[in-house]
Design a protein around this ligand. Sequence first.
Ligand code: WTA
Length: 657
Amino acid sequence: MADSAQHIDALLAEDRIFNPPPGLVENSNVMAWMRDHDIQTVEELYERAKNPNWFWPEVARDLVTWYRPHDKLLEWDRPFAKWFVGAEYNIAYDAVDRHAKSWRKNKVAFIYEGEPGDTRKITYGELAIEVNRLANGLRRLGVGKGDRVAIYMPMTPELPIAMLACAKLGAPHAVVFSGFSAAALRDRINDSGAKVVITADGFYRRGRVVNLKTLTDEAVEQAPTVQSVVMYQRLGAAAENVPWHPARDHWWHDLVAGESIECEPEHLDANDMLYLLYTSGTTGKPKGIIHAHGGYAVQTALTLKWVFDIKDEDIWWCAADIGWVTGHSYIVYAPLILGATSVLYEGAPDWPAPDRWWSMIEKYRVTTLYTSPTSIRMFMRQGEKWPQNHDLSSLRLLGSVGEPINPEAWIWYHKYIGGDRCPIMDTWWQTETGAHCITPLPVTPLKPGSGTRPFPGIQATVLDDDGNLSPTNTGGNLVIQTPWPSMLRGIYGDPGRFQEQYWSKYAVEYLAGDVTRIDNDGYFWVQGRADDVLKVAGHRLGNSEVESALVSHAQVAEAAVIGKPHEIKGESIVAYVVLNNGIEPSDELRSALRDHVAHEIGGIARPDEVWFVNDVPKTRSGKIMRRIVRSKAVGEPVGDISTLANPEAVEELDRAR
Ligand code: WTA
């Protein structure tokens, strides 16, 4: 570790720019496209892409197959957009059927590895059969166009199969991360009004069994819209006491047993809903972000093709979880649309040893790896001896997503995983944007820690609170200035919140919620959230979501939750808790509260620290001043506290620790 630390300091001191290898540039997909379009320079590409009416239909031409082409590219009735208006489309056709009818029929779509080491390879032809049988089975359960289906599954190939089967029927899916609790699942089912839940008996995580069906049943008990539960058998005999409700439950294998291997996709409107994905905002209630088939397909596929330069011979590994947007876009939809071969891994990165990933890269000759800064920092701490024991020479490109990557982690990743030869694509985007929006291309000179510039066709900048451009090198609000094809289409059931959250601060632009600065070269540096949203190990959580979970405990009166910088996870969760009258603080209660939050939301939300106080600082209107709580927790000056209703609460924060 000492060696690498010195090496990293030396590199950073040079303030250097990392130029991409000329061979990679020359052979890149984006350069090939430029040559085909007589575009001489990358600058010219960015310039020409500013005309959406030319750029998006032109790139869509060899990416997607419409049943019927669009009449009009964009209808923009701010904040509501329709892209490829008039087009008929189904993303499942492009992701599966098209390839199953081509030479790719026998090409591997997924190389799957379970945590215990079981492996399967699934070709596009086989994928089509599995998707079709499940789609037919779901149809028999009464699922049709517009019906919502909740999916709560481990990272086995059946998860993408379930999503694609829903897409095929035009039934929006709402995937819930398998690390979320029963209560979180219940709330998402109820908000989406899902008719069917697809789940599994369980899965393996760090060598242990997680009994998913038990959690599903707990959720469904309070989810009156659910008529059927479909259960994939992942564990079989290893599962413990799988609960069973004969009138409602169906084994996946029984459901599909007699079904036809053919299923014609619904011919949908390109703007029909593809999925809902719940993400955290600034209130206690997660928002169901809506994505539509057509525009989403175009931008996710294009960004994967250009940013990660995916070609038929690549082995792509997006090591995210499908329960988050990164997995939706870059494990499921984009790679399948491109007909790529992907690695899919069920388990923990450091199980049974810290070189699990490196051994898989070596074994499958992975060419492109996409992961989060948290994982990189974790691997960095375990030391370079783990990757050094493996042949990682198949890698040619790397990626980072989910949080700002600190330059030290960037350099380590570049040297020890990328062998000093693989450019790192630091991609900025959100659940709401659907696909990369600020990102390098393989042709871009890189600066460690910067996502460089907006993708061709995306107009983004940084504004101050009054809507003026932030001066160079001054932090401000990241905004997207014009609509983009994979943009969110709304918040499910809550158009008011959609307008309010993203489209009310500025008259024209979309407010991303991130503090960002632009440097002298026009490079963007995203620094972190501007609002009360936490990023813990790359997972998005609302401060108030964790506060509501705490307050739902019978002995808690109030709570203030903040994120504190953490060396590996990016942020750790710190909670200040006011107990009900007469309740005595204790270590038992402290750990009970941490467990309570994990039970309410999921293990990822378990607070790292819980402190007991008599009061938390508030404004006169009763709003908790998290800024002050945060300053105290990290030992910074609190600034002006004269507007507080209870300035004495500030001292309390010190006494508690
Ligand atoms: C953060 C994840 C810096 C950002 C795809 C954003 C990043 C939030 C980056 C969205 C990056 C994502 N550099 N910050 N490359 N990528 N973020 O919805 O704060 O889980 O607003 O989507 O992650 O998180 P979400």
